[in-house]
Design a protein. Structure first.
Length: 373
């Protein structure tokens, strides 16, 4: 057999095969053709995002959407308004779904910064990302943990065990070490980075090293792998959107590898996700930049004079909800000037003023529309 499958889904898969997998499992015409499409789409996105002078236009807005959608895969739901408001407030007292989504975003950036310093993946990277998501100090599952993955939903198979990950810290640590060596050593394991990411994502989810939060940690890892290998400059790819839209296929693909050794469908799924979301993100970037440029020209030519209209509009596109305080803290305007300008932009229908819990927020209507589509 090309791949030793899981013989009993009710028992811990301590014999999860180490990486790499056999070349025959990924060197097929169908996979290589789809790999070419995914690489082309990702390269186009990378080229477009890299030439934008103010990366803040993308960093906050797109990473917030990734955080929201990845959390929704785990049935953690918040509205755009709630999320943007909480991000605007940066309120440490936030609770509920919005807080969990913002933790995901923080994990996205703390992991990215960690890799900027270390340049390589290690066990501390995965633990740090997990701990940021879950706001916990615990790490790898303890030896006594009887973790199983069960069928969700309300159908006849709901609650049945569909997978049992490896058990025992020493086994989990060994399998993580193998995964990390596979990720870092591009001389010994000469596999295209997108295929390596897809293989590694399955392996991480199969190891399932944490008691909870493995799905979100694995999806953050996907983006960090692309930035670590230079395929993206910053973690802005919207991969979770495709997974949410094709959620059943995602879990079916994972089970297909463990139960049938079907790597082909899993790899094609991830490559389609990269291609699809690269194209979506590319078009969103173009829409954001186009809207920003159009509003900038509109504000500059208006008879109501604004000091530094370019800086004003660019700052408005770094997050959907803004407040007077943001402009003051950034040193762009004094408080009275910022308030005057934001109210003028409401009169010009660029912004909409909202009062929530006694506080005033200014919603960038065009940015909100683009991100909501």
């Amino acid at each position: 057999m090309l791949y030793l499958i899981n013989p009993n889904r009710n028992l811990p898969w301590n014999d999860l095969p180490p990486l790499p997998i056999r070349k025959e499992l990924y060197q097929t015409i169908e996979i290589l053709e789809k790999l070419g499409d995914a690489k082309a789409a990702l390269a186009r996105l990378h080229g477009r995002s890299a030439v934008i002078p103010n990366q803040g236009l993308l960093i906050n807005t797109l990473s917030l959407q990734e955080a929201k959608i990845s959390s929704a895969i785990e049935n953690i739901f918040t509205t755009d308004d709630e999320l943007y408001k909480e991000f605007s407030d940066q309120n440490t007292k936030t609770t509920g779904a919005s807080k969990e989504v913002l933790r995901y975003r923080e994990a996205l950036w703390s992991g990215y910064n960690y890799l900027q310093n270390t340049r390589q993946f290690d066990q501390d990277y995965f633990i740090q990302v997990f701990q940021e998501i879950k706001q916990t100090t615990i790490g790898i599952r303890p030896d006594f943990s009887n973790t199983t993955i069960k069928q969700g939903g309300t159908g006849s198979n709901a609650g049945q065990v569909i997978y049992t990950p490896p058990k025992g810290q020493s086994i989990i640590y060994d399998k993580l070490d193998n995964l990390i060596n596979f990720l870092n050593d591009d001389e010994q394991f000469k596999i295209d980075h997108l295929l390596k990411m897809a293989i590694a994502h399955f392996q991480f989810e199969a190891i399932h090293p944490f008691s909870d939060g493995n799905g979100r940690t694995g999806r953050i890892f996907n983006i960090h792998y692309l930035t670590n290998k230079g395929l993206l400059d910053v973690p802005i790819l919207f991969l979770s959107k495709y997974i949410l839209d094709h959620k059943e296929d995602y879990y079916f693909g994972l089970m297909g590898v463990s139960q049938r050794g079907n790597w082909k469908d899993w790899l094609l799924y991830i490559l389609r996700a990269v291609e699809n979301t690269s194209n979506i993100t590319f078009h969103k970037i173009n829409e954001i930049v186009s809207a920003k440029d159009s509003i900038q020209e509109y504000v500059k030519n208006d008879n109501r004079k604004f000091q530094n209209p370019k800086g004003l509009v660019e700052f408005l596109f770094t997050q959907p909800f803004t407040k007077v305080k943001h402009f003051v803290d950034a040193g762009i305007y004094a408080e009275n000037t910022a308030r005057e300008y934001l109210n003028k932009l409401c009169d010009m229908q660029v912004l909409e003023k909202k009062e929530i819990d006694g506080h005033h927020y200014y919603l960038n209507l065009e940015l909100y529309r683009i991100l909501s589509e």
